[in-house]
Design a protein around this ligand. Structure first.
Ligand code: AMP
Ligand code: MG
Length: 520
């Protein structure tokens, strides 16, 4: 592993807890505690990402070595690594939860690469001071979902943490998958995640909540200098820099959520401890992709009563979370007014990014509000597959005897295409085609724009479940196949078109496909 050059700025520049080890405790006046991963009995490689391996400077033969499995299962620590878990707090489902922290994530250390620094983090490698009553481990089911989805999101063009490897631990982990009082043993696994920073809004919140204001300033300065270098315009950072920082975090968050909306991604647990300070999608738990376009949908059964984190609520929640971040940064600025302005700017920026995105989804030069709103109302009234619908929309033309013929595959119930809903949609297509003419859009250009905006392959919930079913039997072929396909989500892939099909009937109500608990 000669390519891995550790340069641990987080642990060398920021204060640590005076004690090491996983004993459960409150960690104050410190950003982290040193803790080693727990050695698994018989780790084995399930999959790795050659792209991410290359990015961090590993060769193919290094990835095939026993050392690779040992290092990325937590079996072995190499010189230069400085394993630690970080301390953060957060609002969970709108309520302040106090100290949370990396309960089952252990940062191994930061490496320097040609493109900048990257932190390597094991998820599921054993208890830390922040594990509270849980075990610090992760099951294969949830680790596979994180591994595949973070790679899929990256290739969809959405900022996200990446994943280097998925390693089985050889251990069994007890989980109550459905939270229905039937715990069972499942295969354990560890994902190695990669990002320049795993810092969340909650890292700032806990310092403010504890009134550790000197440390809050020191930490914010560290993050700006390290992750927002272009904003560190002075030797001593001041309120201008802190506001510029907040403004850019808001902008990146808006961009990220607009992208989620574009592909139908629902995060599922947008607690403030699950929002990244660098605007990356982080912590893949009970997330899901919309099959039929239902703006009220959330995959997370824990949230089924209030649907706080449903598809259509994600922008509002992002803003709410930013407000909590603003509260945390307030002591550094001393005046809430500029934060209020930034928060209302968030709403405008989000709206304008969302309008651009919707225009591109439709292949339009200019957003047309009534056209878009009437479409969204129509496709949410019946079961229409979001991904297939926008794919096929590039094919509609005046030449067809039935203008919605190219869209029929998107209907879950063909009766809807024949009845009133079909007629409404025909009217809408007519307006759409006339708008295209009015905006003077050439067909070729429209089709290209739509194909680049609307993915053909998303990581559908039922595909994840099929990969999990196989993996639990020790068969990782489908996982590999799926990842290959998801690396090119906008291209036609004739041999794999079955993976672009809409959710089959068997998956409609099956746990893992239509609903997920936080059990992971
Ligand atoms: P989440 O909402 O899943 O991102 O997790 C919320 C908090 O629970 C974080 O502090 C996690 O580190 C912690 N957590 C979740 N699962 C486990 C586990 N199996 N062991 C220890 N801590 C966990
Ligand atoms: Mg989390």
């Amino acid at each position: 592993m000669q390519g891995l050059k550790f340069n641990n700025q987080f642990t060398s520049e920021l204060p640590s807890d005076p004690n090491d080890g996983p004993a459960e405790r409150l960690v104050s006046n410190a950003l982290f505690a040193r803790v080693a991963p727990k050695k698994p009995t018989s780790p084995y490689l399930i999959h790795y990402s050659p792209e991410v391996a290359k990015k961090i400077g590993l060769t193919v033969s290094e990835c095939a070595s026993k050392d690779f499995v040992d290092l990325f299962s937590g079996s072995k620590i190499m010189p230069g690594m400085d394993p630690h878990a970080t301390c953060y707090g957060g609002h969970q489902f709108g309520n302040w939860a106090g100290q949370l922290g990396d309960g089952r994530a252990i940062n191994l250390g930061e490496i320097d690469t040609e493109e900048g620094h990257l932190m390597l983090q094991l998820k599921g490698a054993g208890p830390t001071p922040f594990s509270r009553n849980a075990d610090g481990f992760a099951v294969l089911r949830s680790s596979l979902r994180e591994y595949l989805c973070s790679e899929a999101m990256h290739h969809l063009g959405i900022r996200t943490t990446r994943a280097l490897s998925l390693v089985g631990t050889g251990e069994q982990v007890m989980r109550d998958f459905l939270y229905d009082g039937h715990p069972a043993l499942e295969r354990g696994a560890v994902v190695c995640r990669v990002s320049s920073s795993f810092v969340r809004f909650g890292h700032f919140q806990i310092l403010q909540a504890r009134q550790e204001i000197d440390l809050l300033k020191r930490f914010t300065d560290f993050i700006i200098k390290r992750e927002y270098t272009h904003l560190a315009t002075k030797e001593k950072l001041d309120h201008e820099n802190y506001l510029a920082f907040f403004s850019e975090v808001s902008e990146r968050t808006a961009e990220m959520v607009v992208n989620w909306m574009r592909v139908g991604f629902v995060h599922g647990v947008m607690n403030t401890d699950n929002l990244s300070i660098i605007g990356e999608t982080i912590d893949y738990g009970p997330y899901g992709f919309l099959d039929d376009f239902n703006p009220d949908w959330t995959p997370n059964t824990t949230d089924s009563a209030h649907r706080r984190y449903r598809y259509s609520n994600q922008a509002g929640i992002a803003q709410w979370n930013l407000m909590q971040l603003a509260n945390a940064l307030l002591p550094l600025v001393g005046d809430s007014k500029p934060f209020e302005e930034e928060l209302s700017k968030f709403a405008q920026i989000y709206q304008s990014k969302w309008e651009n995105m919707m225009a591109q989804k439709l292949g339009l030069k200019k957003f047309n509000e009534s056209l878009v709103q009437s479409l969204l109302t129509q496709i949410s009234a019946i079961e229409i597959d979001m991904t297939i619908f926008f794919q096929r929309l590039s094919l509609v033309s005046d030449a067809d005897s039935d203008s919605i013929a190219p869209l029929k595959d998107a209907f879950y119930n063909q009766d809807d295409a024949r009845g009133n809903h079909g007629d409404e949609l025909r009217k809408w297509v007519k307006c759409y085609l006339s708008e295209i003419r009015d905006q003077g859009i050439e067909t070729g250009k429209r089709v290209t724009m739509m194909r680049e905006t609307n993915p053909r392959f998303i990581f559908r919930n039922y595909l994840a479940q099929l990969a999990i079913d196989d993996a639990n039997q020790g068969d990782f072929g489908f996982l590999d196949n799926l990842l290959q396909v998801l690396r090119n989500p906008y291209s036609e892939q004739p041999k794999s078109e079955n993976l672009a099909e809409k959710r089959p009937e068997w998956a409609r109500e099956r746990a893992g496909c239509s609903m997920l608990s936080c059990s992971s």
